[in-house]
Design a binder for this molecule. Sequence first.
Ligand SMILES: *Cc1c(COP(=O)(O)O)cnc(C)c1O
Length: 390
Amino acid sequence: MDEFDLDTLAVRAGIERSQFGEHSEALYLTSSYVFGSAAEAAARFSGEAEGNVYSRFTNPTVTALQTRLAALEGAERCVATSSGMSAILSMAMALLKAGDHVIASRGLFGSTQQLFGNILAKFGIETTFVPATDLAAYRAAVKPATRLFFVETPSNPLTELVDIAAVADIAHGAGALLAVDNCFCSPVLQRPLEHGADIVIHSATKYLDGQGRVLGGAVLGKHDTMEEVFKFLRTAGPSISPFNAWVILKGLETLRIRMQAQSANALTLAQWLEAQPAVERVYYPGLPSHPQYALAQRQQKTGGAVVAFEVKGGREGAWKVVDNARMVSITANLGDTKTTITHPATTTHGRISQESRDAAGIRDGLLRMAIGLESVEDIKADLARGLSLV
Ligand SMILES: *Cc1c(COP(=O)(O)O)cnc(C)c1O
């Protein structure tokens, strides 16, 4: 379906109708599959004949999701996983070994940081974390054993952008692969493979499902690279449930209109926040005041749906805004149609020292919001109440 536009692919790619000719994607809840003969069973097991064997390996609903996501990212192949974290783990287990070195951008999703910094380290895979926007630091971190660069853009919560094309050049010059966690943008706003990345990672739990219902993840890239990821997954088992795959398939159908509407709300809100006397600074890649506005214009279609801002009065001021919100949800989740607000310094970044928080720029007055589909006027009114008390 390569000739079709993204809007069409999001609705139609990956559909293979059964004998019943169903119009909507079928949900195949089965753990195993029946063979017509001993010879057919043998051929399927050996891989000589195509077809399903066991749902830890493949399942038709999961295959439909993989086909659709690969079409949206412009990837040769997609391997779907049980969560975003198991996507990153599967990629790492498939492509890295003891003695290998990874270069990762600082400010990654907390569990990703733990995975590279602590868990993979136990197995002899070393990771150097570098400032997300400092290209010289990526170059300086290269070692003979460097095999993988791993970045997230925009970063959470400060919306710093990684220049994907520039980091891809550095990675390729070092003989390494570049993986981009595309969770915040989704393929609607950013297609990392077009900028030179080799691998795309998704937490489908966020915008791809988009309605806060299920966990899921995906690894996408070249056929041979994904074959290694698939071999790990079918053996180790972080496979996605067919039910979750089906929910995410349906979520993809509205991905573009959700991302555009949520981005438009986010831009309106960011502009409004910049004009509020109680707000000291707004972090949003869609605002000309963002230090990497030019890169954002090149690399992403919109500024995305995540907005961070600092209010006056430090922690006290920030908590006033949170506690006076009646409608937006106080939760660290994002990617939902429902707007969320979180105070990073006392939640997602609460366990790190004040010193490291200061170094990372996570100040006490900082709030992060993931903007949903509600009326932006209602979101403004919900914040205005607290802001007037700061
Ligand atoms: C949530 C998230 C993950 C992890 O995904 P899960 O589906 O929760 O395992 C990874 N990266 C980013 C950027 C995320 O926001």
